[in-house]
Design a protein around this ligand. Structure first.
Ligand SMILES: Cc1cc2nc3c(=O)[nH]c(=O)nc-3n(C[C@H](O)[C@H](O)[C@H](O)COP(=O)(O)OP(=O)(O)OC[C@H]3O[C@@H](n4cnc5c(N)ncnc54)[C@H](O)[C@@H]3O)c2cc1C
Length: 256
């Protein structure tokens, strides 16, 4: 067990001190815990479920027979650097997309049409290897219920420098304040940020939390943001968008 201070560890800088089990090996009993990665998409309450985290044992990149085997605790930045250095394509989207590979796979993280599932072939869980074809996935969604210990990807030659720079540029328009990335998923054929802005919520604050003045779909922490303020804003936004447009916003952030 390790004590983690979520007000420091989580990217949105909210949450309690909590006991987290450190997983060193693959075993059934780990499934009784909610696994966290880098906490870049989490909003942790004062009463979270039993938590666990993969140890450094799962931070690796190996190559075999034309495939990359990447451990679930490997940070996104390490993957991009490796692929840049070894001229491998398909991971450019991870540039400045914070997270550990397990969390990135679980969320099917990505940007526009570029998603981690694009060149994923298999994941490793307590039940062995599971093929991508046997996983239901879509925009920021997968039906993965177990801990992801490893992702296996096709190794494709040709790191795309242009695409990498394109992602760099997109990131420049993002708020710098602590956040958990996009707060809501984009509804079909629409943009959550646009809807929030049209409801007058761009820059709207409760306590030290607010929808960013730069991008309305980023719930940002201005300093001492609290869980309850974040939840108030989420509920206000859901209600206003439903009342004004009849659209039910779905959270992208995971509340624990
Ligand atoms: C500044 C900023 C920009 C961002 N930009 C983007 C973006 O462009 N696109 C995007 O998609 N996301 C973005 N995000 C959100 C975040 O980076 C992604 O959701 C990422 O996948 C989170 O990874 P993590 O390791 O931090 O997971 P966590 O936040 O720790 O966990 C997220 C979810 O995954 C589960 N999980 C974690 N590890 C595992 C595992 N090993 N096995 C199974 N389940 C697991 C958790 O239980 C939780 O449900 C951004 C966040 C920030 C702060």
């Amino acid at each position: 067990m390790k004590t983690i201070d979520f007000s420091k560890y989580s990217s949105i800088r909210i949450g309690p001190l909590a006991q987290v089990k450190i997983i060193n090996k693959i075993e059934k009993e780990n499934e009784n815990f909610t696994v966290i990665g880098g906490a870049n998409n989490l909003l942790v309450s004062n009463n979270p479920p039993k938590l666990a985290k993969l140890s450094k044992e799962f931070d690796y990149i190996k190559e075999k027979d034309g495939f990359l085997y990447i451990g679930g605790a490997t940070p996104s930045g390490k993957v991009v650097s490796y692929c840049k250095k070894h001229d491998i394509k398909g991971f450019e989207l991870l540039q400045k997309l914070p997270g550990l590979l397990g969390g990135i796979i679980k969320m099917n993280a990505g940007l526009k049409k570029h998603e981690i599932f694009n060149n994923l072939t298999t994941i490793k869980t307590v039940n062995g290897y599971i093929k991508k074809e046997d996983i239901s996935f879509g925009y920021r969604h997968t039906d993965i219920k177990s801990i992801v210990y490893e992702g296996v990807f096709e190794k494709r030659k040709g790191f795309d420098e242009k695409l990498f720079e394109y992602f760099e540029t997109l990131r420049k328009n993002q708020p710098n304040l602590p956040s958990a990335g996009s707060c809501f998923k984009n509804p079909p054929n629409n943009y959550a940020g646009k809807l929030l802005q049209e409801c007058g919520l761009k820059g709207y604050r409760v306590g030290d939390m607010g929808f960013s003045e730069i991008h309305a779909n980023f719930l940002v922490n201005y300093g001492n943001g609290a869980f309850k303020d974040a939840m108030s804003l989420i509920n206000i936004a859901k209600k206003r968008v439903l009342d004004m447009f009849g659209i039910k916003l779905e959270l992208e952030i995971v509340v624990l």
